[in-house]
Design a protein around this ligand. Structure first.
Ligand code: SF4
Length: 696
């Protein structure tokens, strides 16, 4: 912030960036002045509106270890118990979607069980994954169906499914009750039967019980109001809206602290006996306080009815502000701010009145560099251990006892025994070694988003299956290479195979998959692309190997010469051409992968040359290799141009594979994404130390 002194001798207020910085400046002023004569209990912070200062004070003064006291009404809706009750209405209104149901089950304010077995956090996690896999989109009957299917297994998943289904049934009957009072009473009963109360010794017990009493009291009042005036049943949206509005209209006055700095609003401050005050939030919007406009009557009519006109109201506000300036016995200081919600804020016009009050002006001393907050004690060198206490102090002492120069803090996990590698997993290593470590060494499950449609993996499998089925049938009928002469037959057969497979998909997936395979008026489908390049290349096909497994030990040439690597892989398609060469093809739903990170085609090529040696009594070399990628402009994205280009691409791919496998076996798994954008789609961001390493 710019202090009064910084802003020149004429400045009358501290100018801070935002409201939080205003409180931070108060904390700095208190901590910077070791000869401070005013006791904290005789010092006040005065604001026009309590929020957000009461929330900000919790963080800022706790961080600066300055005690404070406040007794102000906060919205009841901000209490955790009110939020827990809101989860019930969210679950009903959302028709028990996965997210709303899991949030309710996870709430620490409720306890759920089934057949005497309590539902634990790990059960809820298992349910969450199960519902994602089943593409569950909500509704009590669907939950009941899933619960019935799992019932015979008597597993923990069956228990949590049964509990979730019972919750959905219970809340469905609440929302379908015959009258509004019964609906609200049903919610009360649900809370009573599943509530988890804190222990009397818990620090938050008193506050929780008061908030709970206020929320339940609000529900009772609403129930009685409906019974007296409007017992008609409410729709789910109306019921949730009515309860939310009712709770949002209530306030709650928790007492915070009983000693230290006093936080007061302007009305209460007028009656306070203090030595020093800081008036904060001096913006045009707050000081003077805005009058609430009547939406029913014009100002001229209200003036005739005795309503005070704007000029009088502003004059009264000026007088109150001047009284406030004279309130403390020793000193008053002021602060304003420039930004709120990223918008510029204009300072209060009341700041122009300060000199008229005639108080002697005291200029703020030049700020000295003092570490006031715990984060400053930790983040600035040298670290000040005395600046933190409790859990932060424990963490700091642990952190200071350790050094982090060891290579194991840089991704070195120690040598690993060779295994049979899947080519796609080694590609994962090339994309980011730590991602490989998370998936293939730690075997962490991927964080998956809710997918109501086919996942990319499911779609990839579906497309491969359709092509495999088509070419199997095509070969059985002796179709051979696809040419302009038999293209219509091929398209016809492909259309029938695709339609037969598409018919087995859920209805919502069919149109998209049909477009992908068969194309639309705007773009060619995968089939057309796959056939077009074959016609262009024009070579006669002796045999097609579809979904061909390449497993076992193969020899690859790396930077240090040849070495043997165990692989397990499956090539989408290998065409054996009549000129003694191989054509390796991979289908991609998106774009062709970047050639300097992809391994599949070069590795399949090298493996196929070795595995097919002697087939049809001859040796085979790769002459063509490429991707049929739906999102690429050209039908076939070749791995390299001409024989030399292909040979070079295969050699580079082999070297990449050997280098990556050597690094895996040395146990090198640093956090090193090949490109930063890969982190956007990574399924392991929550276990990754990317930020920490990236900052170094
Ligand atoms: S978030 Fe980025 S750095 Fe971390 S594992 Fe994933 S890809 Fe690697």
């Amino acid at each position: 912030p710019a202090g009064a002194a910084d802003a020149g001798r004429g400045a009358r207020a501290f100018v801070c960036r935002d409201r939080e910085e205003e409180l931070a400046e108060v904390a700095r002023t208190i901590k910077r002045d070791p000869r401070r004569v005013t006791a904290l209990g005789r010092t006040g912070i005065v604001f026009q509106r309590p929020l957000p200062y009461l929330y900000l004070a919790r963080q800022v003064f706790a961080d600066a270890r300055i005690p404070y006291q406040a007794l102000d009404a906060l919205p009841l809706a901000a209490e955790p118990f009110a939020a827990a009750v809101d989860l019930i209405f969210t679950a009903i209104a959302a028709n028990f979607t996965r997210g709303s149901l899991i949030e309710l089950l996870r709430s620490p304010h409720f306890r759920f069980s089934h057949d005497g077995r309590a539902i634990a956090a790990r059960d809820v996690e298992a349910l969450d994954r199960f519902l994602v896999e089943r593409k569950y989109l909500g509704s009590a009957p669907r939950l009941a169906e899933l619960a019935a299917d799992a019932a015979s297994s008597r597993s923990r998943l069956a228990t949590v499914l049964a509990a979730a289904s019972a919750i959905a049934d219970e809340l469905s009957s609440v929302s379908q009750a015959a009258s509004a009072p019964e609906q609200i009473a049903g919610v009360r009963e649900f809370i009573a039967s599943h509530e988890r109360l804190p222990a009397a010794a818990d620090a938050w017990y008193a506050r929780h019980m008061r908030a709970r009493g206020a929320v339940l009291g609000a529900l009772d009042l609403l129930r009685d109001a409906h019974a007296a005036h409007d017992p008609e049943p409410l729709s789910i949206a109306e019921l949730a809206g009515a309860v939310r509005r009712w709770i949002e209209g209530q306030t709650f006055a928790p007492r915070t602290g009983d000693a230290g700095l006093a936080l007061l609003d302007a009305r209460a401050a007028a009656y306070a006996d203090l030595d020093e005050i800081r008036i904060v939030g001096l913006s045009e919007a707050d000081w003077p306080e805005r009058a609430e406009r009547s939406i029913f009557y014009p100002q001229s009519l209200l003036a005739q009815l005795g309503w005070s006109p704007d000029q009088e109201r502003i004059a009264a506000a000026r007088a109150r502000f001047q009284d406030l300036l004279r309130l403390p016995r020793r000193r008053v200081s002021l602060s304003t701010f420039t930004l709120e919600d990223d918008a510029l804020v204009t300072a209060s016009p009341l700041l122009d009145d300060i000199d008229a009050v005639g108080l002697p002006i005291e200029h703020a001393p030049e700020p000295t560099a003092v570490r006031v907050f715990a984060h400053e004690a930790l983040a600035m060198e040298p670290v000040a251990a005395t600046g933190v206490e409790g859990a932060a102090a424990e963490w700091l002492s642990l952190r200071q006892r350790r050094t982090f120069d060891d290579e194991r803090f840089r991704g070195a996990a120690g040598p690993r025994a060779p295994v049979a590698y899947a080519v796609s997993h080694v590609e994962r290593y090339l994309a980011c070694p730590f991602r490989y470590f998370a998936a293939d060494v730690l075997r962490l499950p991927e964080e998956r988003d809710e997918e109501s449609w086919m996942t990319p993996q499911e779609r990839g499998q579906f497309v491969h299956d359709v092509f495999c089925e088509f070419f199997t049938q095509w070969q059985m009928r002796g179709g051979g290479a696809i040419t302009t002469g038999n293209l219509a037959d091929a398209m016809d057969l492909f259309g029938r195979v695709a339609e037969e497979r598409i018919a087995r998909l859920p209805e919502g997936d069919r149109a998209l998959e049909r477009t992908l395979l068969l194309g639309s008026a705007a773009a060619a489908g995968l089939a057309e692309r796959a056939f077009a390049f074959e016609i262009e290349q024009g070579a006669a096909v002796i045999e097609r190997l579809l979904e061909h497994e390449l497993e076992g030990a193969f020899t690859f040439t790396g930077p240090d010469g040849p070495r043997s690597i165990q692989l397990r892989s499956k090539s989408d398609r290998i065409d054996l051409l009549d000129d003694g060469t191989l054509r390796i093809i991979d289908y991609k739903l998106g774009r062709a992968p970047k050639s300097d990170r992809s391994l599949q085609l070069p590795v399949y090529g090298a493996c196929a040359q070795q595995a097919l040696h002697g087939r049809h009594g001859r040796a085979w070399t790769v002459s063509r290799a490429g991707y049929v990628a739906f999102r690429e402009k050209q039908a076939f994205c070749s791995l390299g141009k001409g024989d030399e280009g292909i040979a070079a691409a295969l050699a580079e791919g082999e070297a990449r594979l050997v280098t990556a496998v050597d690094a895996i076996e040395r146990g090198e798994f640093p956090v090193r994404p090949d490109e930063p954008f890969l982190c956007t789609w990574c399924p392991y961001p929550t276990v990754c130390r990317k930020d920490y390493v990236g900052d170094e």
